[in-house]
Design a binder for this molecule. Structure first.
Ligand code: CAA
Length: 246
């Protein structure tokens, strides 16, 4: 029996690389996509040449607690297990705080932070009962160091780290590890939509003078969920080219 990994926001830049990596590692991946985006999810699935055995597309609004509870309980019954959860879904709504709308604040907190409650709670109990599970939450360098124009995003990404440390305590005696990967600036559509001059200035501050590749983030996730990562819990692994050392 293949192990099952659920990855939220699978077809995004980092999510897609994590999906490919875990498929290569031998997992069956449940790849979530947001409401109404079936066509683009199918296009991504076809482009990657996944099989239905390797990847199951799964519609999930990570901001909707009731929907997550309902659909994820059904999923566990259908699949028999979810061994690995990667909370990867995330958005940006950048803007200076003085001009930030309440909508830009709420959208980011809902998608990036409240989603951790919504998606993790229905799966965590089953992992504890089974005595085995791996949860990896994708935060950001900007949750660790803060970033001009990202009060909403930095708050959510820092919140993910506190959540993960607290849940790591609760999962430890049941064999469920909870860790954070904190990517730096990574070559994805999210980063590519930044103003070129702002991105150039940030690149200049990175000691390695380049963006991360999505595959470099994915291989870190792969390590954490593997047997080799069994004794790591409550940790935050930075993958940021030296942009922030903590
Ligand atoms: N520190 C201090 N001051 C800064 C600054 C900084 N880092 N950046 C800009 N400012 C100043 C500017 O000099 C300017 O000052 P004046 O008004 O005196 O001229 C003022 O702040 C306004 O700056 P902008 O012209 O940039 O304002 P804007 O409204 O056009 O843009 C912004 C605001 C969209 C937030 C833009 O500053 C920006 O894109 N910042 C970077 C945000 C960022 O890093 N986002 C990451 C997205 S990718 C991601 O999030 C993935 C991940 O995890 C890493």
């Amino acid at each position: 029996m293949k192990k099952v990994a659920l990855i939220t926001g699978s077809k995004g830049g980092i999510g897609s690389a994590i999906t490919s990596q875990l498929v290569n590692d031998g997992y069956r991946v449940i790849a979530t996509y947001s409401t109404g985006n079936l066509q683009s999810a199918q296009d991504w699935f076809n482009e990657k040449e996944f099989t239905n055995e390797q990847v199951r597309l799964f519609e999930l609004d990570v901001t909707n607690a009731e929907e997550c509870a309902d659909r994820l309980c059904t999923l566990v019954q259908e699949e028999g297990t979810v061994d690995v959860l990667v909370n990867n879904a995330g958005i940006t709504r950048d803007g200076v705080f003085k001009k930030m709308t309440v909508q830009a604040w709420r959208d980011v907190i809902d998608t990036n932070l409240n989603s951790l409650f919504n998606v993790t709670q229905p799966l965590f109990g089953a992992m504890c009962e089974k005595g085995n599970g791996r949860i990896v939450n994708i935060s950001s360098v900007n949750g660790l160091k803060g970033q001009f124009g990202q009060t909403n995003y930095s708050a959510a990404k820092a919140g993910m780290i506190g959540f993960s440390k607290a849940l790591a305590f609760e999962g430890a005696k049941s064999g469920v590890t909870v860790n954070v990967v904190a990517p730096g600036y990574t070559g994805t559509p999210m980063v590519e939509k930044m103003k070129p001059e702002v991105l150039d200035a940030i690149k200049g501050q990175i000691p390695m003078k380049r963006l991360a590749t999505p595959e470099e983030i994915a291989s870190t996730v792969s390590f954490l969920v593997s047997d080799a990562g069994a004794y790591i819990t409550g940790s935050t692994l930075s993958v940021n080219g030296g942009l922030h050392m903590h």
